[in-house]
Design a protein around this ligand. Structure first.
Ligand code: PLP
Length: 632
């Protein structure tokens, strides 16, 4: 029976853990393509998207955004709070704030604010983010929370936002901000709404735990909070403090950690009340996690709860505390950025080369000609019980070390070195053909898959945090995966490879995929990239922004492409390191003048360089020369 008949879309779905990480937004269709699933059973075939993108003249890589997923996420979070509030008779309501640091791209922010389900406010953490917010909010539903350290200019901008009619909370992160707010609001004749960020002692385990706990960077500790209260009294500003805020950190894997922090926060809330302040709003920050590793566990890149559990926990904790202490219920703000945006964006790219392990060509009689040490070790290894993989792997390590020593001492020539390498490969292959276990898996022969993208630009958290993202072919999923591959990017950096993949409830150091006849047919999808990756991405090796595109489906099942943003071209990258296009052309002209080439040759070369300056920074199709993506 051929592979096509035994492997199904369902097996592919399970193999790549799609139901776990995708939260229902991605699936495999009957053709073996990955599809994006939207409400009302509509699906967008990613292979068709790739075709349409190429027809529009874009080459890969392309970052694809699905605005309808963003809207669905807002609906899911909003509905979860509505339902929890109704069930628990929580009457003071909830509003989603979008922390724009997570992804400030215009189209993302506009899609979030224009969603038809729930009004959403913005949270900003710097002066420039505040100016960005000015580009979006209108006075009718312009809710703005200003976090982050603030100078006088930031504070004046925030006060001016209030003069424009926006509802602005200026959150005190640090005591010195209060006096500046007081001076400037007097001068501008504005009555500011203040929030205070409190620093909790509770910590949520994870990569971002420094946002919480005693050593947190932001927020007032108990001592400073008392001083702040005192200062508000001195200013007779008790009525200005209307909001309390805390943020425990991003990607909180255990809801129990978050609930513990919220309990502590509620006691602080109670204390502020006891000091005579009436807080109407409680901002519980972000932290709602995404299951990147598809493990459904407490690992840093996973989670053990869903949006609905989170909403129930927030409403229950706040409601119960207020009922017990007979305090009014605050209106709740949440600032979940990752959970809102991660699913909506993914990268499609192509494999440029698949370097397979060479065919194993090991002849047993070679051993007789080797150095005595290697001969003995090889014989011991061949006599071993192949089911004791730990023992045999240790011996292979010793063999490898001794072979290296002998080569470095000049006692093993290149021919014998090739033979010993083949021997190692032969044994590892024999081991992995037994029942796979961790030891064998570690050494299972695998190919190197060179892909047309930069990890540093498109998935910087792989490099910075060893983060795991769901990665899989978007095509050929009706074929049983038959080869292990390690993905490498285009950068000349040994860190430019992916060494950890979500795999069958664990992680693996290779990605198992189906080897097509021509590796260039392999299309890969990198998922859950909508949060933080775009904005943290950098220009290592001068690979720039990729092309981006919004993809939606209409009521007639037509795929609509919009907001096509061409990626960076070479001269834009050069400008970021202060090398002008003119400098490049002038220097080339000088060199060509000295090289005494004909005018015809000079013009030809300069034209090609000019085209290259206006072309994509990623690899183009092999059958064309420099291809301009932007005009001049
Ligand atoms: N609010 C504040 C103050 C933050 O610093 C952050 C990011 O860490 C967020 C909200 C968003 O967190 P997340 O994306 O984990 O929801």
């Amino acid at each position: 029976m051929n592979n096509k008949q035994t492997w199904t879309a369902n097996k592919a779905r399970e193999f790549y853990n799609i139901p776990v990480w995708s939260e229902g937004y991605f699936d495999v269709n009957a053709q073996g393509h990955v599809v994006t699933c939207l409400d009302n059973n509509q699906a967008i075939d990613l292979v068709s998207v790739k075709k349409m993108v190429v027809e529009r003249g874009l080459s890969l890589p392309v970052l694809v955004r699905f605005p309808q997923i963003l809207q669905a996420r807002i609906k899911q979070i909003g509905d979860a709070f509505t339902q929890a509030s109704t069930q628990q008779k929580y009457t003071s309501g909830h509003t989603i704030l979008y922390p724009i640091k997570v992804n400030q791209q215009r189209t993302v922010v506009e899609n979030i604010l224009d969603n038809p389900h729930y009004p959403v406010g913005l949270e900003v953490g710097s002066k420039t983010e505040l100016l960005a917010a000015f580009g979006f909010l209108d006075r009718h539903h312009g809710l703005l929370v200003c976090n982050g350290y603030k100078d006088r200019a930031y504070i004046r901008l925030a006060l001016n936002a209030q003069r424009m009619g926006l509802k602005v909370f200026i959150v005190i992160e640090n005591l010195s901000e209060l006096d500046i707010i007081q001076q400037e609001s007097n001068e501008l004749n504005v009555h500011p709404l203040l929030g205070v960020r409190v620093r909790l002692n509770s910590i949520a385990a994870g990569n971002w735990q420094n946002s919480g706990g005693r050593n947190a960077k932001f927020g007032l500790n108990s001592h400073d909070l008392l001083k702040f209260i005192q200062r508000l009294r001195e200013l007779n500003w008790q009525s200005r403090l209307k909001m309390m805020h805390f943020h425990m950190g991003s990607q909180i894997s255990r809801l129990e950690d978050f609930s513990l922090g919220l309990s502590e926060a509620m006691h602080i809330y109670g204390e502020i009340y006891a000091h005579g302040f009436e807080i109407d709003f409680l901002d519980v920050g972000g932290g709602l996690a995404v299951d990147y590793a598809a493990k459904n566990d407490m690992g840093y890149f996973s989670k053990t709860y869903c949006v609905e559990d989170y909403a129930q926990a927030v409403i229950a904790k706040v409601g119960d505390f207020c009922h017990q202490k007979e305090l009014p219920l605050p209106h709740i703000f949440t600032e979940n950025g990752r959970a809102l945006t991660a699913h909506h964006a993914m990268l499609i790219t192509n494999v440029i080369e698949f370097e397979r392990d060479q065919a194993i060509d090991f002849q047993r009689e070679n051993i007789t000609r080797w150095h005595a040490d290697l001969k003995n070790l090889a014989q011991i290894i061949l006599d071993e019980d192949f089911f004791d993989k730990t023992a045999i792997t240790k011996k292979l390590g010793v063999f490898n070390m001794r072979a290296c020593e002998l080569f470095n001492m000049g006692e093993l020539d290149l021919q014998k070195r090739a033979e010993t390498d083949q021997f190692l490969q032969y044994i590892y292959a024999a081991l992995s053909s037994q029942e796979a276990d961790d030891v064998a898996h570690e050494h299972r022969p695998h190919g190197k898959c060179y892909c047309n993208f930069s990890i540093f630009q498109s998935m910087p958290d792989i490099w910075g945090l060893d983060q795991v993202f769901p990665i899989l072919p978007i095509d050929n999923l009706l074929n049983e995966p038959n080869i292990d591959a390690r993905l490498h990017d285009l950068t000349c950096d040994s860190d430019g490879q992916i060494s950890s993949y979500a795999s069958q409830g664990g992680t693996a150091n290779v990605l198992r995929l189906f080897e097509t006849e021509d590796s260039k047919d392999l299309l890969l999808g990198f998922f859950l990239l909508g949060a933080y990756q775009e904005v943290l991405g950098d220009i290592h090796n001068l690979f720039g922004d990729t092309h981006t595109i919004n993809v939606e489906i209409d009521d007639n099942n037509q795929i609509i492409l919009s907001e096509i943003e061409m990626g960076d071209c070479a001269h834009e990258l050069l400008a970021t390191v202060h090398i002008s296009e003119q400098q490049v052309i002038d220097r080339c002209n000088d060199n060509l003048g000295q090289a005494k080439v004909t005018d015809y040759v000079r013009d030809d070369i300069i034209l090609e360089i000019q085209n290259a300056l206006y072309s994509y920074t990623y690899l183009d199709s092999a059958d064309r020369k420099s291809h301009k993506i932007k005009g001049k």
